[in-house]
Design a protein around this ligand. Structure first.
Ligand code: USQ
Length: 384
């Protein structure tokens, strides 16, 4: 199949492009390099050095003999986007091209507005491009488990059968997200579902949990194929950060008591989920939702796991939670759709955590320890 990966220079977009290319698909990546720009803005760099997109593509060609086409541009530039979709003529478009950090979206008004405009309008342009150029294109959109929040009922895969006053209906599962970033994914889901209903588009919304890990079989082939690894308090995610903090001899920063529970997924499962979704498209008019996570863990549980595996002393520190989130809550998520398509999950293992210690150990001189502590406060956004 011909697959266009939007955000194909990012943490997950690049390994996804490699995985799909490795499986024999014709792949193009499109990126505006905003993610590299946030690094410059925040004064940090990926823990693991990463090559330019052009060098990554050249390396993959050298090692695999396969070509990945590159497009540089922005989804907000509709003329560019329409041009790329028209020229590449994909069967499927995988859409990662959004600002994906909750803390970044909560820095202040400007960052909230930027995030909402960038994510929601970019996706809206994409929906128009698909509808006008080729409505048969299957959109595979990265949503987030954070769209649901932590409701006091079981979390279904996107839809809920509801009975009310003696009548019943199938409705989108109610959303209660926890940041302006997570809200953009809710807004996207609504826009996408509407275009499936109104225009007959076909889409899969993948509500992904927190991703951990840094290597896939393809990125591990050569250091020039490495994907980024974020450790800072704005873009670094919880398990990756705890591993890095342990290796650096810094305390693991548990926000609050760490009783909040989240869905997690290994990066190798992320890329496989995308392949499964691409190769088993939604029907025309169908808005299909999968919960892309493989297990649930509490933040304190993650800290304990990392501390147990690390071959040395580890301090766990409970910080006052900079975010607004429920400390104790019910969390029971249905996630059988992707397994039904053939996903065989890699559950969090000692081996994986230990391999991450090695990756961090080799690069720890690149860390700026000042960027480890959280500075963005959910209520602080009001003061800016
Ligand atoms: N947390 C800590 N200590 C830290 C960092 C985080 O206790 O040093 C806690 C947070 O309070 C939160 C949980 O860990 O309860 C997860 O935080 P995170 O920064 O790892 O993840 P999150 O902000 O939810 O966002 C990440 C990705 C985002 C994706 C989301 C999936 O950045 O793109 O959508 O995970 S989910 O969490 O399922 O919404």
């Amino acid at each position: 199949m011909r697959v266009l990966v939007l955000g194909g220079d990012g943490y997950l977009g690049w390994p996804t492009a490699l995985h799909l290319s490795d499986k024999g698909h014709e792949v193009a990546v499109l990126d505006n390099f905003a993610r590299r720009g946030y690094d410059a803005e925040l004064g940090v760099e990926s823990l693991v050095p990463i090559e330019s997109l052009a060098d990554r593509i050249a390396t993959w060609r050298e090692l695999s003999g396969r070509t990945i086409t590159g497009y540089e541009g922005d989804l907000l530039d509709a003329e560019f986007l329409f041009g790329a979709v028209r020229e590449f003529a994909p069967d499927a478009i995988v859409h990662y091209a959004e600002q994906r950090s909750a803390p970044y979206s909560m820095i202040d008004r400007e960052h909230a507005v930027y995030t909402q405009h960038n994510n929601v309008v970019g996706t809206l342009n994409l929906l128009y491009a698909i509808a006008e150029l080729d409505p048969a294109i299957h959109l595979v959109k990265l949503g987030t488990m954070g769209e649901y929040g932590t409701p006091n009922i079981d979390i279904e895969e996107g839809w809920l059968e509801l009975e009310h006053n003696g009548r019943s209906d199938r409705v989108l599962f109610p959303k209660r997200p926890g940041s302006f970033y997570h809200l953009t994914k809710v807004h996207d889901s609504h826009n996408i579902e509407f275009t499936c209903r109104a225009w007959g588009l076909r889409a899969t919304d993948l509500n992904q949990g927190i991703v951990y890990g840094q290597q896939t079989p393809q990125t591990a082939l050569d250091p020039r194929l490495a994907t980024r690894f974020d450790y800072d308090a704005v873009f670094g995610t919880v398990l990756n950060r705890f591993v890095i903090q342990a290796v650096l001899g810094q305390p693991l920063t548990v926000y609050g008591k760490g009783t909040q529970t989240r869905g997690l997924i290994d990066i190798r499962d992320t890329v496989e989920c995308i392949r499964l979704a691409v190769e088993h498209p939604a029907e025309p008019g169908e808005f299909r939702v999968f919960n892309q996570m493989t297990e649930s863990l509490s933040v304190a549980g993650i800290a304990d796991l990392v501390a147990d595996r690390f071959p040395g002393p580890v301090q766990i520190e409970q910080l006052e939670n900079p975010r607004t989130e429920a400390p104790e809550h019910y969390y029971n998520v249905k996630h059988t759709g992707l397994v039904g398509l053939g996903l065989e999950p890699h559950l969090l293992s000692d081996t994986l955590i230990e391999s991450m210690f090695d990756i961090v150990g080799a690069n720890k001189h690149r860390v700026n320890p000042e960027k480890l502590r959280p500075t963005v406060r959910w209520r602080g956004a009001l003061k800016a």
